[in-house]
Design a protein around this ligand. Sequence first.
Ligand SMILES: CCCNc1ncnc2c1ncn2[C@@H]1O[C@H](/C=C/CNC(=O)c2cc(-c3ccc(F)cc3)cc(O)c2O)[C@H](C)[C@H]1O
Ligand SMILES: [Mg+2]
Length: 214
Amino acid sequence: TQSTRPQRLLGAVQQNATRGDPRSVVKTIDQFCKHKEWAMNVGDEKGCILDSVVSELNPATVLELGTYCGYSTVRIASLLPPHARLITLEFNPHFAAVARQIIAWAGLQDKVLLVEGASGDWIPKMKEQFGVKTFDLVFLDHWKDRYLPDTKLMEECGLLRKGSVLLADNVVCPGTPDYLQYVRNSPRYNSQYFRSHLEYTKAEDGLEKSVFLG
Ligand SMILES: CCCNc1ncnc2c1ncn2[C@@H]1O[C@H](/C=C/CNC(=O)c2cc(-c3ccc(F)cc3)cc(O)c2O)[C@H](C)[C@H]1O
Ligand SMILES: [Mg+2]
């Protein structure tokens, strides 16, 4: 049977990256996407902005919406302090299976909880199922029309506290106009745009960092 792109990406990691070395996993995926097949990972340019936000925040509890192959999961988890936890939601079983193997190859499985299912179903269960009080950081990188409804859902479920940071990928390309309008005009957020480029291309894209004001 034909392999899928995520399976070919996993193969590249297993052949070229060093087990237990997150940086080599990240580098391998970026090389694969630059020279072999483009894939919708946040990539190295926006990834450096992601890294700086994570390092500056030093979060204890992180939520990622949209694992895909686990590239940003590995980037984030590799920067977390020992007892910090990253919960990442992926509703496609095939992508979840590939991501689990990539996260394990990087040696980060003890810091990451990959939950297979839809954000709309799992966000309301975060407290009771995983003992989450609030998230220090949320990385949004799933379907672009779900950023706004899921942000409102997180507010309603009391998962954000004063100072919680939302970091959203692709606010220019493919674009998340309703989400941007909301976080930039709501008095409950302080929003900042980090201009960059769409992964592995010269097209403009960027990350929006929005601090919840409570
Ligand atoms: C009800 C479901 C919601 N709840 C959900 N709950 C759990 N998991 C969810 C949910 N919704 C989606 N997912 C998962 O997240 C992933 C989806 C990721 C989506 N990402 C993009 O579409 C994108 C496109 C481009 C792009 C740019 C330019 C181009 F020309 C082409 C492509 C670039 C980028 O950086 C991009 O991140 C994964 C595929 C999908 O199974
Ligand atoms: Mg993205």
